[in-house]
Design a binder for this molecule. Structure first.
Ligand code: TYM
Length: 349
């Protein structure tokens, strides 16, 4: 084939994202992902609970379905309306796994070797990691492209996986001579909540796997726990500066200003304009107020929803049905493009 500019994708705008059911959700998930999903809900997003991804590391089978319901409850508690967003378990739409396999044959080993998250998660025990953990970003590409999604709201840690998704889409389109078949999806990452750092160390990411519970605010923390964790958050003795440049060398201060901005829907500049010259003795109580006001009701709604698992199951089943209606026809097209057997005369309409 001669190389030329690839044909642009012509198709509807479609928003999609997912969260793993592998532990309690925290403020990073809320600011990096959930509130963005809510802001985009009029686009009728596809939002799943990434249970296939969760089992790349050991999950207790007795708890996985419950953890899946918990993420669904968090979606709704954060403000998503199941009449607008399709909320579903990833494993309930089989097309993800099937396209994932096909993409395993499109993606190159060299691409996966570059993935920093695999290196972080496998640590010193690479040879003892599951094969699924290694090929995880390829399944993520399938999650996105099986809906021909065009926009993917995520935190900054997913940027490299989105780049791989674009590479897979472009290679598939090229190898099978189907210009513009898959879109090259855009990550939606911007904003002060895109990378929330640990409350104990401003240089490491807030994460479920940090052994210290004081490093993160969990979505299910009550008002007292939220206040206590913010009061104990690491800071420095200087007053807040009046410009972003001066914040850069102060990771803990930078993080708390970013959290304030993301929670209150302001820019970091606006937060600094209000608090510059003041120390953390004044800033932290204001942060506690905005954090409790925003997060405590989400936790409360989550706890209430979890008491009605039948309602959550109904949301997940409806969502899976809606998602399958989009994913199955795309997978059928892909099967035909790849050349898989189908009964003669059973072409696509
Ligand atoms: P997961 O479950 O680790 O995280 C869910 C979302 O939360 C964001 N996030 C953060 N944002 C800001 N600061 C933090 N400290 C922070 N920690 C987590 C993540 O960026 C993510 O948006 N691979 C994905 C799940 C996934 C997916 C997909 C996402 C599977 N398939 C397809 C989008 C599209 C993951 O493990 O997210």
């Amino acid at each position: 084939m001669t190389e030329s500019t690839p044909a642009p994708y012509v198709g509807p705008t479609r928003v999609l994202s997912g969260i793993q059911p592998s532990g309690a959700l925290h403020l990073g998930n809320y600011l990096g992902a959930l509130i963005k999903f809510v802001a985009l809900q009029d686009q009728r997003p596809y939002l799943f609970v990434a249970d296939l991804h969760a089992i790349t590391v050991w999950q207790d089978p007795a708890k996985l379905a419950e953890q899946t319901r918990e993420i669904a409850a968090a979606y709704v508690a954060a403000g998503l309306d199941p009449a607008k967003a399709s909320i579903f378990p990833q494993s309930a739409v089989r097309a993800h796994a099937e396209l994932g396999w096909i993409f395993n044959c499109v993606a190159r080993l060299g691409w996966l070797d570059r993935m920093t998250q695999f290196k972080e998660k496998s640590g010193k025990h690479k040879e003892r990691s599951s094969v699924g953990l290694y090929t995880y970003p390829v399944l993520q590409a399938a999650d996105i492209l099986v809906y021909k999604a065009t926009h993917v709201p995520v935190g900054e840690d997913q940027k490299q996986h989105l780049e791989l998704t674009r590479d897979v889409a472009a290679k598939f389109n090229h190898d099978f001579a189907q210009p513009g078949f898959f879109p090259l999806p855009e990550p939606l990452i911007q904003g002060p909540g895109a990378r929330v750092m640990s409350l104990r160390d401003g240089t490491s990411k807030m994460s479920k796997s940090d052994p210290s519970d004081y490093s993160r605010i969990n979505l299910t923390d009550d008002a007292d726990a939220i206040a206590q964790k913010i009061r104990k958050a690491k800071t420095d003795p200087e007053p807040l500066p009046d410009n972003l440049e001066a914040l850069k060398a102060r990771p803990e201060a930078d993080n708390l200003v970013g959290i304030f901005a993301a929670l209150s829907g302001e820019t970091k500049e606006a937060v600094l304009a209000r608090f510059s010259g003041q120390g953390f003795g004044a800033f932290k109580p204001a942060l506690v107020e905005v954090a409790v006001e925003t997060l405590a009701p989400v936790g409360e709604r989550m706890r209430r929803l979890m008491q009605d698992p039948a309602e959550i199951d109904r949301i997940l089943a409806d969502g899976a049905q809606q998602a399958s209606e989009v994913a199955e026809p795309v997978l059928a097209e892909v099967r035909k493009i790849v050349g898989f057997w189908a009964p003669r005369g059973a072409g696509l309409a």
